[in-house]
Design a protein around this ligand. Structure first.
Ligand code: CMC
Length: 366
């Protein structure tokens, strides 16, 4: 093992090539298969982008109609899956419920190699799993999925049991598009590791959900919400954030392994947040907190280049469309389904077992 260099956190290590996304941390660029993610977010729906990621091109009207019909079929949960969800105690968090339920999706076709049909099925079922559980916990009859609604509109419909406002659908679509794919992030990498053993698509997604759950990855937006609630007023922003930094704590919604400038998704989401939240004082506070945080991070962590990441304004958008805090990370998961499954297909198409090394630092036998 002598001479091996350890790359803690695999920083700077390139593990594969990919046609799915370019994440340029210096320039703040995010591209999905030749399109700027922010342009896609403002012009297209989540279904368009899932199609783009899986099939390599945007769908025509006819292709989109077929694709929509197929995805809509897959939204329905079989009874056995409902029974599994119902058996999980009420105190278990939604990400764990999702992880458990997704691990039970599948049939004899779920083997090697993984297929795009399975990507569609899993992606289509995740919103139904979340809303089924959410309704049950809140003592409401879970709404059956509606085939006439888009992926995003149907999610909001099943969640609240009523037709969603078009402005909310557009804002949530923009969020889902912006977070659908992001190169070799921790959860995507873990999905690819699972796939590299020739395991199946549901196993790969289950792995990814477990990875997504952590606060350093997908768990941040609800913590952004909590920080803003604790701050409460503009005057309190500086003393509060200072006290966190004095204690060596991290400011949620800031910093990124790859982006050393403002995350382009934060840029786009701040526009979407303004559109949908209008003059909500919470958003006004968020903008103020962002400015103070950037200044203080430069003071406490000079040279680390810590800027706003996607999670900061994600909290603002999700809140504006009426999502409860406990569904922020599950909703992030729902969006990343397209990216994860596209990576699973890409990994499978040119597979080699992912198997890095470690340096042994324990004693040798005497
Ligand atoms: N607040 C305060 N200090 C920070 C922060 C932060 N948010 N992020 C990094 N630092 C400091 C860190 O303490 C370290 O300081 P020092 O050099 O004195 O030890 C330095 O910056 C480098 O940090 P690191 O831990 O080596 O950076 P990383 O690339 O391993 O971590 C990160 C990236 C996203 C985990 C981290 O920035 C973080 O914890 N941010 C807060 C959580 C968050 O917002 N997560 C969402 C990430 S974006 C969406 C996603 O990927 O899911």
């Amino acid at each position: 093992t002598q001479g091996l260099t350890i790359h803690k956190g695999l920083e700077g290590v390139t593990v594969t090539d990919t046609e799915l996304a370019l994440v340029d941390g210096e320039r703040g660029h995010l591209v999905y298969r030749g399109y700027w993610a922010k342009d896609l977010a403002l012009q297209y729906t989540y279904e368009h982008v899932a199609y783009l990621l899986w099939f390599g091109k945007l769908p025509t009207e006819a292709e989109l109609a077929d694709f929509h019909a197929k995805m809509a079929q897959y939204r329905i949960l079989p009874d056995y899956l409902k029974t599994i969800i119902d058996a999980i105690p009420a105190g278990v968090d939604m990400m764990s419920v999702l992880r458990t339920a997704v691990s039970a999706v599948g049939n004899e076709s779920y083997g090697w190699p993984p297929t795009v049909e399975q990507a569609m099925e899993l992606t289509a079922k995740v919103p139904t799993i979340i809303t089924y559980r959410y309704s049950r916990l809140n003592g409401r009859q879970p709404a059956e999925p509606r085939k006439d609604l888009s992926h995003t509109a149907n999610y909001l419909y099943m969640l609240f049991g009523k037709e969603p406002h078009p402005a909310h659908v557009a804002a949530l679509d923009a969020y889902l598009v912006l977070t659908a794919e992001h190169g070799m992030n921790a959860s995507t990498f873990s999905a690819r590791v699972t796939t590299s053993t020739r395991s199946d698509m549901a196993s790969a997604v289950t792995t990814a959900i477990g990875t997504m759950k952590g606060p350093l990855h997908g768990g941040a937006p609800s913590e952004v919400d909590e920080t803003l609630a604790a701050i409460g007023t503009k005057e309190n922003a500086e003393p509060y954030l200072r006290s966190l930094l004095e204690r060596g704590e991290r400011l949620m919604g800031f910093g990124h392994r790859v982006y050393k400038t403002r995350d382009p998704r934060a840029e786009a989401l701040s526009i979407v947040a303004k559109r949908v939240a209008g003059d909500d004082p919470w958003l006004d506070l968020a903008v103020h907190v962002e400015n103070v945080a950037i200044r203080l991070l430069e003071e406490y962590k000079p040279g680390r280049r810590l800027y706003t990441n996607v999670e900061f304004y994600a909290a603002a958008v999700l809140r504006a469309v009426g999502l409860p805090k406990e569904l922020y990370t599950p909703t992030f998961t729902l969006s990343r389904m397209a990216g994860w499954t596209a990576h699973v297909l890409e990994q499978a198409a040119d597979n080699r077992l992912i198997r890095p090394q470690s340096v042994y630092t324990g004693p040798m036998p005497r």
